[in-house]
Design a protein around this ligand. Structure first.
Ligand code: HAM
Length: 424
């Protein structure tokens, strides 16, 4: 047989990478708990029709789609929102509102693999359903801010926009929804000239072109400029006003928004209101993004249920933490290697390992039967912190030898004080 490698775009996460991913997942789960989001676990495989309904051309064309043995057309989820909207229109439909859900796991898109872009990646997803109030949109940004902070990221920046501004203009100009989607897809890729080619009305074109020039350093000023620029397009004006309200709430909530984009679109087609993304300057791709989708649950047969949400790209957050050398990554728990000096000490070594674990200390037992120097060499190579050497002489005094593997010095420590000393 040949040797095998993972399929292109798929990765094995080993040791430190797996640890970093688990760390970020833990922080996302902690955030969910702090904000009152209940975890739900949905299948990786869903009906193609569900996932493709409003995902947009870009994601639709990149889905891993196949027929199962029962001849059903299914796909690997490219995101969580459709699955959660399915839940909200079925099993959770009678739950009191608002509904706050949290999900974490792998998602799949046939993207071109490069740094921070994989075909299997991990998301933490937060959805808040049952209200169209702006404080719900603000909550998405605030919880994203909190997650970025708790993993130790600095200099991250929020970019906000409102899909209702562009859609408001296009709808009033009678541009049909399919063409609107095509225009927004191109805008998402910053292919503005291509997008504008699809617009027929001169007035509409000049409003859209003019929007590109509206940005100023002050986000409130940009929002105000958008509002006056789209005068005459009433839905666009309402959207700009809503954007201002959300911006105000986010700021009052203690989070700073760095930019408001007058012409901002995101790949997914279900958005109806505020949209946003978060970045760090070192990485030109978003660490997370989300927005309001008021029609999706209804589309899946549920009651009309306004909703908003966000998903964080956990692989990219790990990458960003590595680039910024974030402190929490360095704060690894101490790791101890427990080595019996000979055959007769194995039982004692097992007992002492248990004592350490009960105190929350990670203890690995030497199970290879190696000689002491070989065992210590191995512990060194794997960057463990301490070796606890279990020998007859010290045991008679109720003690063990503790060797600091970095400093290469050792002392005799009473077993009763062992955990305390290692933690200190
Ligand atoms: P999204 O912007 O498509 O939104 O994805 C969210 C995040 O997933 C991105 O900001 C990025 O960090 C990460 N991501 C996307 N593609 C890749 C990739 N190929 N490799 C690594 N990371 C990637 C959604 O998925 C929406 N469901 C968010 C949402 C929730 N909107 C409302 N509720």
């Amino acid at each position: 047989m040949p040797t095998f490698q993972p399929v292109r775009g798929m990765r094995d996460l080993l040791a430190e990478d797996a640890e970093a991913m688990t760390f970020v997942m833990g922080k996302a789960r902690e955030t969910a708990q702090l904000y009152g989001y209940s975890e739900v676990i949905t299948p990786v495989i869903e009906p193609y029709e569900l996932l493709s309904a409003k995902s947009g051309e870009e994601i639709r064309s990149r889905m891993f789609t196949f027929k199962d043995l029962g001849n059903r057309t299914v796909a690997l989820r490219p995101e969580f929102t459709s699955s959660i909207a399915r839940l909200a229109s079925t099993s959770l439909k009678n739950e009191p509102k608002p509904l706050r859900t949290f999900s974490v796991g792998s998602v799949y898109r046939y993207d071109e693999p490069q740094r921070g872009r994989y075909r299997e990646f991990y998301q933490a997803d937060f959805e808040l359903m049952g209200t169209s109030n702006p404080e719900a949109d603000a909550e998405m940004i605030l919880l994203t801010d909190r997650l970025m902070k708790t993993v130790g990221l600095r200099n991250y920046a929020f970019k906000l926009g409102h899909i209702g501004v562009i859609r408001g203009i296009l709808s009033q100009e009678n541009v049909e929804e399919k063409t609107q989607n095509a225009i927004l897809q191109r805008m998402d890729k910053k292919e503005f000239d291509e997008a504008f080619k699809l617009v027929k009305s001169e007035e509409c074109l000049s409003t859209l072109r003019g929007s590109l020039e509206l940005k100023s350093d002050d986000v409130f000023e940009t929002a105000e400029k958008i509002k006056s620029h789209v005068e005459g397009y009433c839905k666009a004006v309402d959207s700009a006003e809503e954007l201002k309200n959300i911006l105000k709430l986010v700021t009052e909530g203690g989070c700073q928004v760095q930019s408001v984009e007058p012409v901002f679109a995101r790949g997914l087609e279900y958005y109806t209101g505020l949209i946003f993304e978060v970045y760090i300057p070192e990485l030109g791709i978003a660490l997370g993004g989300g927005g309001r989708y008021d029609k999706l649950i209804e589309l899946f047969g549920g009651e009309p249920t306004p909703a908003t949400g966000v998903a964080h790209g956990l692989d990219r957050i790990v990458l960003a933490m590595q680039m910024q050398k974030c402190a929490p990554m360095m704060e690894c728990a101490r790791k101890v290697f427990v080595v019996p000096v000979n055959e007769s000490m194995k039982g004692e070594a097992l007992r002492i390992s248990q004592i350490l674990r009960e105190e929350g200390i990670s203890a690995e037992l030497e199970v290879m039967g190696r000689k002491m120097n070989k065992a210590l060499e191995n512990a060194d190579r794997r960057k463990l912190d301490y070796a606890v050497i279990v020998g007859e002489r010290e045991l008679k005094q109720g003690a063990v030898v503790v060797r600091d593997l970095a400093k290469r010095d050792q002392t005799v420590v009473e077993i009763a004080k062992l955990a305390k000393i290692i933690k200190a």
